[in-house]
Write a new protein. Structure first.
Length: 139
């Protein structure tokens, strides 16, 4: 059985909620990623910040990326799926929530992320089309 672990991209980078958005953007650039799960001061996931969030919710709104923190912007908690969950369950969770990425956890700790690009690479064309149709359909 294919699992969420089989679909995910590992080597997950997280960012503290207290870190500024300019630093989050630098990390995204340096690691070639478009999102960072956000950890609160207690180490728990409190949300996720995307490159689009930084541009649309901060920069376009006139906010200073060197003063706004990841915690200020993160809306959470993020959607998660267990690493051992079936691939179909992970795709269903993403489809139902209409999201493009989901954090993969093991024992409550983040170990990876499944992105839309991961699905495009690893699902059949039909399965990916079904997912995309649900995520991008008009509400």
């Amino acid at each position: 059985m294919t699992t969420a672990r089989d679909l995910m991209t590992g080597d997950l980078r997280c960012i503290p909620a207290s870190e500024t958005l300019d630093r989050a953007a630098q990390l995204m650039r340096d690691h070639g990623i478009g999102a960072l799960p956000v950890r609160g001061s207690d180490g728990r996931l409190t949300g996720i910040v995307t490159d689009r969030d930084i541009v649309v919710k901060a920069l376009a709104a006139g906010k200073d990326a060197s003063k706004v923190t990841a915690g200020d912007l993160a809306e959470g908690p993020p959607h998660t799926v267990d690493a051992d969950a079936g691939a179909a369950a992970a795709v269903k969770a993403m489809s139902e929530a209409r999201i493009r990425r989901i954090v993969v956890v093991e024992g409550g700790e983040p170990v990876g992320v499944i992105t839309e690009a991961d699905l495009a690479r690893k699902l059949t064309a039909e399965a990916f089309a079904s997912y995309a149709g649900r995520v991008y359909a008009a509400p």
